[in-house]
Design a protein around this ligand. Structure first.
Ligand code: PAF
Length: 282
């Protein structure tokens, strides 16, 4: 049986629901999203349903995390389709706040996480993580959730959110869930909708090259050689720019060539005007 999720647009209505759930001693899970839901998001919803009594999915295209106005304007917005995709999960609320519920007039606070945000997405998208940390803090406090679910596809974001919640003593457990991929290996992402048909056929090359590097590392080949060859092949395939392709530690995202503790290979690259990011365990 599928039940359409009740759509909630104001903090007052959200609190009316969560106050009742709290009084009944129920646990609350939140899945923060910017909409354009795909199977990756739905896997987070399934994880939340399995862990929590009540589940809130949020959809808010957060202007503060876009460093490029064109990117914000082009970001896919598909609320009706999103609500339909959620119906089979019978979530307890779909929180789609009006902009003033998140950023009321005179809003003047920024949550900024140092260190983890200096590299990769933080270095290439100035202000991005301040926007993410600020909105996620608000969503954690507004929903008063006990558990939050994020995809490992945005691994740096996951670590930034974990640090922020711990530093601010927000009583929430942040769960990282595995990246969900298309059959050809492309990591699912809302921005994939922006790829042309031709670019969509090239896009899986990013993940393929990452797997090639991982195999080379396992055989003991030097990372610098593997990295240079992969970038050259990506550029020949049609990628216009590789922003980064590097190995970093899971915990503090520090850079190294030869992993000596749990680490991941991280990549961001441009294809036909769309920026793709991905990461895999090494
Ligand atoms: O990953 C996203 O979709 C966004 O960065 C998030 C966590 C919903 C904050 O706007």
């Amino acid at each position: 049986m599928s039940t359409p999720a009740p759509i909630v647009r104001t903090l007052g209505d959200l609190r009316a629901a969560t106050d009742g759930w709290r009084r009944a001693g129920e646990t609350i899970g939140v899945v923060p999203t910017m909409g354009a839901l795909h199977d990756g998001h739905l896997s987070l919803v399934a994880a939340a349903k399995a862990r929590c009594d009540r589940v809130i999915v949020t959809i808010f295209v957060n202007p503060k995390q876009f460093n490029n106005p064109e990117d914000l304007a082009n970001y896919p917005r598909t609320e009706l389709e999103d609500a339909a995709k959620l119906a089979r999960f019978s979530v307890d609320a779909l929180y789609v706040p009006d902009a003033d519920q998140i950023y009321p007039a005179h809003f003047a606070t920024t949550v900024s996480v140092a260190g983890l945000t200096d590299v990769m997405e933080g270095a290439h998208r100035p202000g991005h993580f301040d926007g993410v940390a600020t909105v996620v803090t608000k969503l954690f406090l507004q929903t008063s959730a006990d558990h939050a679910f994020f995809g490992e596809k945005d691994f740096q974001q996951l670590q930034v959110v974990r640090r922020m919640a711990a530093d601010l003593d927000i009583p929430i457990t942040v769960h990282g869930c595995p990246t969900i991929r298309e059959i050809d290996g492309l990591a699912m992402a809302s921005r994939n909708l922006l790829l042309s048909d031709r670019a969509r056929t090239i896009a899986p090359r990013l993940h393929e090259e990452m797997e090639t590097i991982a195999a080379g590392i396992a055989e003991g080949q030097p990372f610098a050689t593997l990295q240079a060859a992969a970038i050259a092949r990506l550029e020949r395939a049609g990628f216009t720019q590789v922003d980064y392709l590097e190995i970093r530690a899971n915990d503090d995202l520090s850079l190294f060539d030869t992993p000596n503790r749990p680490a991941r290979l991280f990549a961001a690259a441009w294809l036909a005007g769309v920026r793709l990011i991905d990461n895999i365990a090494i």
